[in-house]
Write a protein of this length. Structure first.
Length: 282
């Protein structure tokens, strides 16, 4: 992530800290509103994170500050003037526009994260090498897993999507492991199902490497991930929006293709078969 990004500075501040679930929620809220974070009062931050004001104070102390005012002072000192870019400043935006602007900010943060391509490149190599490749996404994340699996199957010889939980979940992990799988790719979005967290813990116990796309580096799945790449979700509407996680999934597909020498030939073969069958109308 770019060193000049407000989100990057906050991410570095929180990395390696032993935070409680409540404190992780506060950290996530601050990263999501990185440009505003140095100017939020403890009451505003508590409301934003859905926690109590004393929780915000304890969070600041956990980070090594005397209290929240000291944390806010530190953030103001390391935040350049105009870091938010002033996009749309002074405009009266309705709730739909605000939701779109929030997603644009999530995409900006993802772009800053990808300034260092090493994690994505590493993930691509891992995904390409796994035969089969297990892709997990439950509840809100099921569409992300299915979308990734649909495109991945065009270039990867064996992709297995798991988008439903229940008693068969561990069986699916076992079957993939017996078949030779080395990696599980997980898409994890709020609210995080407990069985998804349990599935990742089980997958690692069975020797699988877990690569995770999550809404935050502080998500509950982080403790059971070998490589986690965050992509924020929008929370301004009744249901969360996940443009950044979807785009990150496509980026991972691209990185995986780079690790599959036969990827281009497989795509060309698919296109030839699709044309012969008249599969697409246009």
């Amino acid at each position: 992530m770019s060193g000049s990004s407000p989100a990057a500075r906050l991410q570095r501040l929180f990395e390696g800290q032993r935070l409680t679930p409540t404190q992780r929620r506060i950290a996530h809220s601050m990263v999501r509103r990185a440009a505003d974070a140095p100017f939020l009062s403890s009451v505003e931050l508590a409301e934003l994170a859905g926690v109590s004001q004393p929780s915000v104070t304890r969070f600041a102390v956990a980070l090594g500050f005397d209290g929240y005012p000291a944390l806010r002072k530190h953030l103001r000192e390391v935040t350049p003037a105009g870091a938010d870019g002033g996009d749309g400043e002074g405009e009266a935006l309705n709730e739909y526009q605000q939701a779109v602007r929030a997603e644009i900010e999530n995409l900006r943060q993802l772009s800053a994260l990808l300034a260092d391509p090493a994690p994505v490149e590493r993930a691509g190599r891992l995904l390409a090498a796994s035969r089969p490749l297990l892709v997990l996404g439950l509840r809100a994340a099921s569409s992300q897993a299915r979308g990734f699996g649909y495109f991945a199957a065009k270039v990867h010889p064996d992709v297995r999507v798991v988008d439903e939980g229940g008693s068969m979940l561990h069986d699916r992990v076992d079957a993939a492991r017996r078949a030779g799988a080395s990696v599980l790719l997980c898409f994890a979005l709020p609210r995080h199902p407990r069985e998804a967290v349990d599935a990742l813990a089980y997958a690692r116990e069975q020797g699988l490497t877990v690569v995770t796309v999550a809404d935050s580096a502080f998500a509950p799945v982080a403790a059971h991930s070998d490589l986690l790449i965050p992509a924020g979700v929008g929370t301004g509407l009744a249901f969360d929006t996940a443009c950044a996680p979807m785009l990150l999934g496509r980026v991972l597909l691209e990185a995986m293709c780079d690790g599959l020498p036969e990827a281009q030939a497989r795509l060309e073969e698919f296109d030839a078969r699709a044309a012969a069958r008249g599969l697409f109308a246009g």
